[in-house]
Write a protein that binds this ligand. Structure first.
Ligand SMILES: Nc1ncnc2c1ncn2[C@@H]1O[C@H](COP(=O)(O)OP(=O)(O)OP(=O)(O)O)[C@@H](O)[C@H]1O
Length: 309
């Protein structure tokens, strides 16, 4: 179980993460999504005790990371696949980690097999690894202590399509055995394929979270007019979050509210309908449209979006 409670991080006058709260339950994969600079890595670093929060708390298995007696046995962490000793071989890197964690050395061979690094790869120095191999080694490191929780920042980065498919299976299996997975990614389709729950962050704030299926079922409103620029201006003046979709404008509000805003501005619409069916990509674009202006609102069980109406 991961509990993130009202985490805030400020760097000087810049707020990187603001009042972020969510939970990840055993048996689930939670996809942590957001555009560049949204605050995903900062949140994960605070969760793993690498960045002190300005305020708020985060716990793994009921404890702040830094208070876990042997953290690698409780939570496997992969935040930066490049942060590995380049002069060691993959096997040596894992053997050192196994000794530090008090894990049986035989586990090293088992996790190497599990992540698909064969004997030849394991004997090569890490500096000669591709990014995909480093990700696999990082994942092996995360799995080495047989933890019940995984925290992975962009683990599919650098993996080829077969590798991404493989990782999806590994994470699904881990969660199906009762594990808890928090996974950040830019690869929306990957997250869509593997996650049970989504936490969407934009501008440092949570803009939506909840069950993936429920969130995807409600993708905002798609609206079109011959004068797209005027329509966009009118919707923005009405305080509605708008983003450009391929078929029209995507608005994070009910169709009724969007229709009334257009009517009030005297703009004739050529189309107005729920935007559902566009999948995670459309949801993501809609939710993060003007994320900086959103209010944080969270719930561990109910999908939430602020503001919706
Ligand atoms: N050490 C730091 N000092 C100052 N600002 C920082 C620091 N670390 C992160 N930030 C800022 O905090 C914000 C959030 O960054 P973060 O890396 O958490 O985003 P992210 O969602 O992980 O983005 P990406 O997907 O691009 O990695 C950004 O505006 C970033 O510039």
């Amino acid at each position: 179980m991961i509990v993130v409670d009202q985490l805030t991080k400020r760097y000087g006058r810049h707020t990187a993460v603001e009042d972020v709260s969510f939970r990840c339950e055993p048996g689930t994969v939670t996809g942590f999504l957001g555009p560049n600079g949204a605050g995903k890595s900062t949140t994960m670093r605070m969760l793993c005790g690498l960045t002190p929060p300005t305020s708020g708390t985060a716990t793994v298995a009921g404890q702040p990371y830094r208070r876990l007696p042997n953290p690698g046995r409780t939570v496997g962490v992969l935040l930066d696949a490049s942060a590995q000793h380049a002069g060691r071989t993959g096997r040596e890197a894992l053997a050192v980690a196994a000794a530090t964690m008090g894990v049986d050395r035989r586990s090293v061979g088992q996790v190497l097999d599990r992540v698909g690094l064969d004997g030849v790869a394991a004997r090569r120095r890490v500096r000669a690894y591709s990014l995909g191999m480093r990700q696999r080694l990082g994942l092996a490191h995360a799995l080495l202590g047989d933890p019940r929780v995984l925290v992975l920042d962009e683990p599919a980065n650098g993996l080829d399509p077969e590798g991404i498919f493989w990782m999806r299976g590994l994470l699904r299996d881990f969660a199906d055995r009762g594990g808890t997975v928090l996974l950040s990614s830019h690869l929306l389709r990957e997250v869509e394929a593997v996650a049970d729950r989504l936490v969407v962050i934009g501008g440092g704030r949570i803009v939506a979270q909840g069950d993936k299926a429920e969130l995807l079922a409600d993708g905002g409103t798609l609206v079109r007019s011959r004068d797209r620029v005027a329509l966009r201006g009118a919707l923005e003046r009405a305080g509605l979050p708008v983003s450009e979709g391929t078929d029209g404008l995507l608005v994070r509000a009910d169709t009724e509210v969007v229709g009334e805003a257009a009517l009030a501005a005297g703009i004739a619409l050529t189309e107005l309908r729920p935007a559902g069916g566009g999948g995670l990509e459309q949801l993501f674009l809609t939710l993060t449209a003007t994320a900086g202006a959103q209010t944080t609102e969270t719930s561990a069980t109910e999908p939430t979006r602020e503001p919706v109406r």
